[in-house]
Design a protein. Structure first.
Length: 231
């Protein structure tokens, strides 16, 4: 009875030891496989990153080390009127019989700003005269357009329809140039130069009166020059 019990006990212990050995061996085997596979995964990841760099490279900006300053001058411009205008421009090319091949048409929603004022740097010594009894006679330069610019963040192509062969690469540039001119025309027709002249006179008058003078008289200025957008 005891011998049978001892034999059964021995067999049970043997089975348990075998299970433990197999389990430990399997765990060690899995760990070994994982350690062997890790370099392969890292190499595969590095290869994927390298492929991504080749197919989608990061732009490199290299400014020329030589800077040329063509003109530096003091600015004495008095900005006295500002307009913000939205204009819709339709531009098209190749709209003949073969429009389905060569045609290009776009709609540009343009947002622009026009700033007008006077350039006080154009004034000379004779343009400010101190008369009797605290009166000052001032001749201001004619109001002019100082800035005409499109807001690139708010300006966008709303729609574009091109032929089979492709688009005209210069069409959007021409549309933006036309938009600048149209925005300028809107401001001129609405009287931006007259507003800028009146505002400039008001500003200068208040400034001179604040210095203790009694009266400011503005002499007639030259007629404003109506500008155009440079091509």
């Amino acid at each position: 009875m005891n011998s049978k019990f001892n034999l059964n006990t021995f067999l049970l212990l043997l089975i348990l030891v075998s299970i433990v050995v197999v389990g430990v061996g399997g765990y060690m085997l899995v760990g070994t496989v994982q350690r062997l596979a890790r370099p392969l995964e890292e190499a595969e990841r590095a290869l994927e990153e390298r492929f991504e760099e080749i197919t989608n490279p990061t732009p490199t900006i290299i400014p020329d080390p030589v800077s040329i300053i063509r003109q530096v001058r003091s600015l004495s411009r008095l900005e006295t009127a500002s307009y913000t205008v939205e204009k819709v421009i339709t531009a098209e090319s190749g709209q003949g019989s073969f429009a389905f091949l060569f045609g290009d048409r776009l709609i540009l929603v343009a947002h622009g700003q026009i700033i007008a004022g006077v350039d006080l740097g154009k004034m000379g010594e004779d343009d400010i005269i101190l008369a009797e009894e605290g009166t000052v006679v001032v001749t201001l330069p004619a109001a002019e357009i100082l800035i005409v610019t499109l807001d690139n963040q708010d300006s966008y192509v709303y729609d574009r329809d091109t032929g089979v062969i492709g688009m005209n690469p210069a069409l959007e540039t021409e549309a933006r140039r036309a938009a600048e001119q149209e925005i300028l025309n809107v401001a001129l027709e609405d009287g931006i130069l007259e507003m800028a002249q009146v505002n400039a006179e008001t500003y200068v008058r208040n400034l001179i009166l604040a210095l203790g003078f009694r009266e400011v008289i503005f002499a007639r200025t030259a007629d404003p020059v109506v500008p155009t957008v440079a091509p």
